[in-house]
Design a binder for this molecule. Sequence first.
Ligand SMILES: CC(C)(COP(=O)(O)OP(=O)(O)OC[C@H]1O[C@@H](n2cnc3c(N)ncnc32)[C@H](O)[C@@H]1OP(=O)(O)O)[C@@H](O)C(=O)NCCC(=O)NCCS
Length: 166
Amino acid sequence: MRLEPWGKGDLPLLEGLLGDPAMTEYLGGPESPEKIAERQARYERMTADKGRLFKIVDAATGEPAGWVGYWERTWRDEQVYEIGWSVLPAFQRRGMAGEATNLAVAAARSDRKHRFIYAFPAVANAPSNAICRKAGFTLVEEREFEYPPGTFMQCNVWGLDLLASS
Ligand SMILES: CC(C)(COP(=O)(O)OP(=O)(O)OC[C@H]1O[C@@H](n2cnc3c(N)ncnc32)[C@H](O)[C@@H]1OP(=O)(O)O)[C@@H](O)C(=O)NCCC(=O)NCCS
């Protein structure tokens, strides 16, 4: 796989990732076409000082396979990065999300802007929790999150110190 910056032509990929009930089981359910279009516009506007969003591409065929990205958020009164990932069903279980996560963490480290990066997968999201563990994140705690508004989910809080030697 390889990563490419998220771009203007990537709306269909976002629809495949966020418009599908199975893909969004642990993300509060599918988003409407309007919400996805709004999100695409936001992604196109995002500047590198706020984080980075990448398309995961299958290097063998050039096909779009998924998404990985990190962005700023406040966590316990501190500015940190949050990271997320998603891979289309046809490309899952090949290690793509794990590799993409390692590359995105390396990009966040090289930005030298925030010390900590966090991921908040649902406790039941086995592949995402495996990705966190393998990428060197530390399990901090389990807590309930409300996302999107009105939907409550039990999530793990995984943190990684970007300054620590890996
Ligand atoms: C989570 C997701 C990105 C994983 O993508 P992927 O490319 O299949 O992941 P990988 O192939 O890198 O696998 C990562 C680990 O999860 C394991 N895994 C993958 N699918 C699994 C499944 N359905 N059940 C249990 N474990 C699974 C893999 O075996 C691997 O662990 P290992 O290296 O110890 O063998 C993908 O399932 C997805 O897009 N899900 C929907 C969106 C989502 O939930 N995003 C995460 C929000 S925090």
